[in-house]
Design a protein. Structure first.
Lengths: 317, 118
């Protein structure tokens, strides 16, 4: 981002923030019937240089270290805070824009302002210049992080790139019977698609189809290559494996048809739901198999503006 | 209910999951040993309750977008499964209860499948 753009962004933040966003809510207050000696202890203990004077939650004045010094320089007679405070002090409302509060700091040269609720007029917070700086830094950090996340996700990659054809390929190698890694390719693919900013329901359908297909290869075949072609309008997964193949492809598309041995069922699969699940998730599938050679499965999911929502009837073959 | 309440209701042991993650709430549950059934759900469940304890349990939850898992019948959970749960940022716990009892207790506490019956 150019420096001027950053500066504009900071200015915008200033106009978005309100007093309530940066004020301190746990206000230390004193009562008008407390003594100036007590005030001295309170200011010292809390390391503050001024505080609102409140009767209940009603603001009645402000008292500062300057008032205390004036009191200490006088003849030493004990006095009440109520007699030494500034009564009816200037205050801010919690819903005021922070820029207006800053103008008020400038105009009055006060170090702090009590903050009142605009409706009840009760004391709800205090604002100092230090709190304004802290709040601004916090807001800038948050805005910066959001910007970073947006860039990291690369969501606009297809809009940002200029070319006649825009496609991204992800390729994963699969190893038969490697059950510790089985599913890893599909979960990695899912994470990458999230970063690309693909719609979550489309990612979900693709991840389920991809995982079922990956499991089929790991369970039955020797090896396979799974490739995802991500284009602006569609995502196509193609999985080619070397293995025993499927004898009756049409039967394999029927729910409940399974030739899986017992050990496959123990893995949590093998109920004849794999290919039907894939069909359910896909907009188009193509399944070709040669016994003793291997199987090639293509799954196409449309991602353009008119793409199916999750739960819509997909599954054309 | 919160995941912490699930832990208490099922007398479960948490194998992975930070304190603040256990404050997260769950409303919907997928229960079963067949991962294809879990994957074919039309909606994403908050919690998977299953008697299947292998790497595919964790992978299935990740693919299906489920953020927490209860393994039932006190089945042993491998260190690789716990590592994968950490990597995928899932809450993983194990209970000695059988699937039927665990699911029944969660139903009684107001959790549902989250899917309308056909």
């Amino acid at each position: 981002m150019a420096l001027t753009a950053k500066f504009v962004k900071t200015q915008e933040l200033l106009f978005e923030l309100r007093v309530a966003d940066v004020m301190r809510r746990d206000v230390i207050t004193v009562r008008p019937d407390q003594t100036m000696t007590e005030l001295r202890r309170i200011l010292r203990d809390h390391r503050i240089s001024g505080t609102p004077v409140a009767a209940g939650d009603e603001l009645v004045g402000m008292i500062t270290i300057a008032d205390l010094i004036a009191f200490l320089n006088s003849d030493g007679e004990e006095a009440l805070i109520g007699d030494k405070m500034t009564a009816n002090p200037d205050s801010l409302f919690s819903d005021q824009l922070l820029v207006h509060a800053i103008q008020q700091f400038d105009a009055t040269r006060f170090g702090r302002f009590p903050v009142l609720d605009p409706r009840s007029r009760k004391l709800v917070g205090i604002l100092t210049k230090g709190l304004i700086i802290e709040g601004m830094l916090r807001a800038m950090e948050q805005a910066f992080q959001e910007e970073e996340i947006r860039q990291y996700r690369a969501s606009h990659i297809f809009e940002d790139m200029v070319a006649e054809y825009k496609e991204i390929y992800l390729t994963y190698e699969l190893v038969g019977r490697d059950f510790d890694r089985a599913g890893k390719a599909s979960t990695q693919m899912k994470r990458n698609l999230k970063r690309l900013g693909i719609r979550p329901d489309i990612i979900h359908r693709l991840a389920v189809a991809s995982y079922e297909a990956e499991m089929n290869t790991v369970l039955y075949a020797e090896s396979g290559v799974m490739e995802f072609r991500i284009a602006p309008e569609e995502i196509v997964m193609r999985l080619r494996d070397r293995g025993p193949g499927i004898a009756d492809v049409e039967k394999a598309k029927q729910p409940g048809y399974s030739g899986a041995p017992e050990w496959v069922r123990e893995m949590g699969f093998g109920a004849g739901m794999g290919i039907p699940n894939i069909i359910k998730c896909a907009d188009r599938i193509d399944l070709q198999s040669t016994v003793g050679v291997g199987t090639t499965l293509s799954v196409r999911i449309f991602t353009g503006a008119g793409a199916n929502r999750a739960g819509d009837e997909g599954g054309g073959t | 209910m919160t995941l912490r309440e699930v832990v208490e209701e099922l007398s479960a042991e948490v194998l992975h999951g930070a304190e603040e993650e256990l404050n997260g709430t769950v409303a919907t549950v997928a229960a079963g040993d067949l991962m294809s059934d879990v994957l074919t759900r039309a909606t994403i469940a908050d919690l998977l309750v299953t008697g299947l304890s292998n790497m595919q349990t964790i992978r299935t939850a990740t693919v299906a977008g489920i953020k927490s898992i209860v393994i039932v019948r006190g089945k042993p959970v491998s260190p690789q499964m716990i590592d994968l749960a950490r990597e995928e940022d899932l809450v993983l716990m194990v209970t000695g209860m059988k699937l039927f009892e665990a699911a029944g207790r969660l139903w009684a506490r107001g959790l549902r499948t989250g899917e309308t019956r056909a």
